[in-house]
Design a protein around this ligand. Structure first.
Ligand code: DAK
Length: 258
């Protein structure tokens, strides 16, 4: 991986942690950072020694959105040509689970990035929202779609049309995040959960994640069929034999990822 200017990468066991690192701009997502982030995700996804990825910022900000200064003078055609956010689809395609560890601001593109993650652990200081309306635009990287699916129409409307931020507690109640912990522990908690998932059979984790994500873009009928096929496919893995044998023999399974 080439040198990272806007990210810090840390690895422990099977867990890789990516930290967004533009603190002077509250981790605003400029093009350079996003390119680094996408290529880091892609290379971790190919790396067999990584089973779960944590994405975090710092205590003050997960990310305060796309970099407004970088966009302020762009024309529509320039924005189209930069095609900055269609690259985000590559994050959606990461096969390994991604846990967001969120403290402080997760706004606009930052909230959208958080919603690309599979699980969200937040600190009690988290402030989450889609304030693009206040700068004359609207969400453009999934905010109208993913937020609405997560919290329902009426709350999504309120948040997108007013730009109001949700507190961590409100976000928890709305089903946008998994849990809220004191600020000293949010990263540790996310890494603990990542290690727990990394300790599960990787192929089953991958196919289960895939099947859950499938539910967002298919009918229930097709989704159930997809789920069933993934389930059957797991009977071709060594880990399935090992998992069931270990249960019967009353011992701990040893996963091979095969
Ligand atoms: N971009 C650039 N710089 C930012 C920034 C941002 N989003 N957010 C904060 N900063 C910078 C500030 O300019 C300031 O820099 P200096 O002035 O010190 O150089 C520094 O970070 C600290 O910020 P503040 O001084 O403002 O800190 P406060 O604690 O007073 O306020 C705040 C924190 C988060 C409430 C405030 O910074 C703020 O309102 N930030 C902007 C939040 C926002 O509007 N976010 C949405 C951005 S628009 C697309 C799809 C999606 C998108 C774009 C394109 N396509 C399909 C192509 C997404 C758009 C967005 O996310």
């Amino acid at each position: 991986m080439s040198e990272l200017k806007n990210l810090i990468l840390h690895r422990e066991g099977f867990v890789a942690t990516i930290q967004l690192n533009r603190p002077q701009a509250l981790n605003a997502l400029n093009l350079e950072l996003m390119n680094e982030l996408i290529s880091t995700f892609e290379s971790l996804d190919k790396d067999d020694s990584v089973r779960c990825i944590v994405l975090t910022g710092n205590e003050k900000a997960f990310a305060a959105g796309a970099d407004i200064k970088e966009m302020a003078n762009a024309s529509a055609v320039e924005m189209l040509e930069r095609d900055q956010f269609s690259k985000w689809d590559k994050i959606r395609k990461v096969k390994k689970p991604i846990i967001a560890a969120v403290s402080g601001f997760a706004l606009g593109g930052g909230c959208e990035l958080m919603m690309h993650c599979d699980i969200v652990i937040a600190s009690e200081t988290a402030k989450i929202g889609q304030p693009e309306i206040n700068i004359g635009v609207m969400p453009g990287a999934g905010g109208t779609q993913r937020l609405t699916r997560a919290v329902g129409k009426v709350l999504a409307m309120e948040l997108v049309l007013t730009g109001r931020f949700l507190s961590a507690e409100e976000a928890l109640k709305a089903g946008l995040i998994n849990r809220v912990v004191p600020v000293e522990f949010y990263l540790e908690e996310a890494q603990k959960l990542a290690a727990e998932i990394a300790n599960r059979p990787p192929v089953a984790v991958r196919l289960a994640k895939e099947a859950i994500l499938k539910s967002f873009d298919t009918t229930i009928e097709m989704g159930l069929e997809y789920e069933r096929k993934n389930f059957y496919m797991l009977f071709a893995t060594e880990d399935m034999k090992e998992g069931m044998a270990a249960f019967v023999e009353k011992r701990k399974p040893e996963w091979k990822g095969k």
